[in-house]
Design a protein around this ligand. Structure first.
Ligand SMILES: *Cc1c(COP(=O)(O)O)cnc(C)c1O
Length: 362
């Protein structure tokens, strides 16, 4: 069967050239006579894979020298607990902006460990925008300030204009669904992190980038496996890391570099999102519920006014090779996740399909 255009929110598409390379190297990685899946993570042949991936990550994202890059497991959701365990140990307070499901889950987890303040929420508006907030609402002595930068389910995202200006309180961001989609000034953050399965690699790898001076303050009860300082000290190999996912991450980073790095990636992604939103804005059938200021470049949420028509659209799109367009079960409607690996032509063809669908169903 021909490859489909896969609009899944995660795990999601990987670049075809990366999959081909992995296939070529599957049985014999660079003359080692082994698959990467079969190697010891402490072998001479594997070391350049994990350290090469970390170095490339640093280079491509421009991660400053005083930040550690950790390759962990447990997904983004495990970090919801690891973050308060590692950092909510000064005043025991932290601020959270509730902009959707994942920041709310992170906040609920943090409340088990200390005073987690919900600074602002857009729940009442079904998370169709980033909630308003200003520094008078922040906790001055918070141990950190937490946001989810790109809200995968609701299709919103922070921008420079809406990003909290937290002064001396380190800003932490879940960037799972926008990691490496555009350049980012890492120095504005105390910590950023994300599960790899949205934009970087197959599931299994979670990347945490943390400012060194924040480490070493974990609570005594912190499980060793969740202690970022220990993971940093052990080069993310306290135990067996997600070896194959890290290898795939390295191939994806090489691919990003080959097409011109994050500036080029941003232009591609802006073009794709622009095509979709431009059509949605003029469509008389489809509605884009998100406040234009806060629209995600990665997850484009839309619907029709009629639930039956949504179902029909999703089914007909899938039959035509545009799969996984169903919205998250808590949000309904449709969502096109157009991460880095989605080619521009995939979005052009989807828009064409939507135009045809609109003509037939007006
Ligand atoms: C997918 C996602 C998560 C959850 O990721 P897991 O790796 O499944 O735990 C958390 N935050 C955001 C922004 C996500 O997109």
């Amino acid at each position: 069967m021909a490859r489909v255009y896969n609009f899944s929110a995660g795990p999601s598409m990987l670049p075809e050239s990366v999959l081909n390379r992995a296939a070529e190297e599957m049985l014999d990685y660079q003359g080692s006579g082994q698959s990467v899946m079969e190697m010891s993570h402490r072998s001479k042949v594997y070391e350049p894979i994990i350290f090469g991936a970390m170095d490339l990550f640093r280079e491509i994202l421009g991660v400053p020298d005083n930040y550690k890059i950790l390759f962990l497991q447990g997904g983004a959701s495990t970090q919801f607990a690891a973050i308060p365990l590692n950092f909510m140990n000064g005043s025991g307070k932290a601020d959270y902006i509730l902009s959707g499901q994942f920041s709310t889950k992170a906040w609920e987890e943090a409340r088990k460990y200390g005073v987690a303040n919900a600074v602002a929420s857009s729940k009442e508006d079904k998370y169709t925008h980033i909630p308003d907030h200003d520094p008078s609402m922040y906790t001055p002595d918070a141990d950190y300030f937490y946001i989810c930068y790109n809200n995968t389910i609701y299709g919103t995202r922070f921008t420079d204009a809406t990003l909290p200006k937290t002064g001396n309180v380190p800003l932490f961001a879940d960037v799972s669904s926008c990691f490496l989609s555009e350049p980012m000034d890492v120095s504005q953050y105390g910590l950023i992190y994300g599960g790899a399965q949205k934009n970087i690699a197959p599931a299994g790898l979670t990347v945490v980038i943390v400012r060194e001076d924040l480490l070493g303050k974990a609570r005594d009860i912190t499980p060793t496996m969740l202690n970022y300082a220990i993971m940093a000290e052990k080069d993310s190999m306290y135990n067996t890391p997600p070896c194959y996912s890290i290898y795939m991450c390295k191939l994806v980073l090489e691919w990003i570099k080959s097409i011109g790095g994050l500036e080029a990636m941003k232009l591609r992604n802006e073009k794709k999102a622009g095509l979709l939103y431009e059509y949605l804005d003029k469509s008389e059938l489809f509605i884009a519920p998100v406040l234009p200021r806060d629209r995600s470049m990665m997850n484009v949420v839309f619907k029709t006014a009629d639930e039956e028509l949504n179902k029909k659209f999703i089914a007909e799109a899938a039959a035509a090779g545009f799969v996984n367009l169903k919205g998250h079960r808590i949000a309904g409607g449709m969502r096109a996740s157009i991460y880095n690996a989605m080619p521009i032509e995939g979005v052009e063809k989807l828009v064409q399909f939507m135009e045809d669908f609109e003509k037939k169903n007006k």
